[in-house]
Design a protein around this ligand. Structure first.
Ligand code: GLP
Length: 252
């Protein structure tokens, strides 16, 4: 595992876009996956601006969404599909060759959507670059505490921590969301490159647990210690509890 510590959020976001760009330049027909949440906003802005300036060619790439909330869909602000549509797909001047988004509002088709996501990843995969955020409880996507590491696309009850954090995405409103849909750890671990982004002091404790603690499904992100090509890309605040002499740590 490589750990890159950048000076701030902007530097982290630029570095993430650099890594993604290098990867898609090598594999211009490949499958890529970006998460929702606040963390990737800067990276997505960089990615879109590089597409629009002609530095990244998306037209051979395929895109698969990481996760979403059951009960809300692309039309709902705060859903991950709405986030990806408005922050990535709509502002890109040239589209991806193909893309997969969930519609969590279509509750009756959730199982079919999960099968379709799994099939999409099998068709175009493995994922060449999987960008992830980390939840306050160490979740990856909606792979919550206690998750079975062998699962692929699946639905899951949301943990209490996730339920308590969720209102930040919905203008402070407490929505009655109880379930998530997500790529599984198996698909994440099969990705050729994983980039986990984390910024801010509030992520420092869970980042330190995930990197230096035991590999356990109680901290799902700890499984990335076993990934052969994973970069933890942090700002100084998120890295503040890591020992400075940690093997693989690079300060930029
Ligand atoms: C959310 C999403 C994840 C995201 C994580 C961190 O609940 N399910 O995909 O990576 O939690 O979110 P944020 O970047 O807003 O801290």
């Amino acid at each position: 595992m490589k750990i890159i510590v950048t000076k701030d959020y902007q530097a982290m976001s630029r570095c993430a876009a650099d890594l993604v760009q290098a990867c898609v330049e090598k594999e211009p027909q490949s499958l890529v996956s970006f998460p929702g949440g606040d963390t990737p906003i800067g990276m997505l802005e960089e990615f879109v601006s590089r597409v629009n300036q002609g530095a990244i060619d998306p037209t051979g790439l395929k895109f698969v969404q990481l996760d979403d909330w059951v009960g809300i869909g692309p039309q709902d602000e705060g859903s991950c599909s709405h986030f990806i549509s408005t922050r990535l797909l709509a502002p890109m001047s040239r589209p991806f060759a193909d893309q997969f988004l969930f519609d969590g509002s279509r509750r009756d088709t959730i199982d079919q959507q999960l099968e379709a996501q799994d099939a999409f990843i099998r068709r175009y995969g493995p994922i060449a670059v999987e960008v992830l955020g980390i939840g306050m409880n160490g979740h990856l996507g909606f792979n919550e505490n206690g998750v079975d590491f062998s699962l692929r696309s699946h639905r899951t009850p949301l943990s209490d921590v996730t339920k308590s954090v969720q209102k930040k995405y919905f203008g402070g409103q407490d929505l009655p969301l109880t379930e998530g849909i997500t790529q599984g750890i198996a698909q994440i671990m099969e990705s050729e490159l994983v980039i986990l982004l984390a910024n801010g002091t509030r992520k420092a404790e869970i980042v330190s647990k995930a990197i230096t603690g035991p590999v356990t499904n109680e901290v799902p992100a700890s499984i990335l210690q076993k990934h052969p090509n994973c970069v933890y890309l942090l700002d100084q605040e998120a890295a503040s509890l890591l020992p400075k002499d940690l093997p693989g740590l690079e300060i930029r």
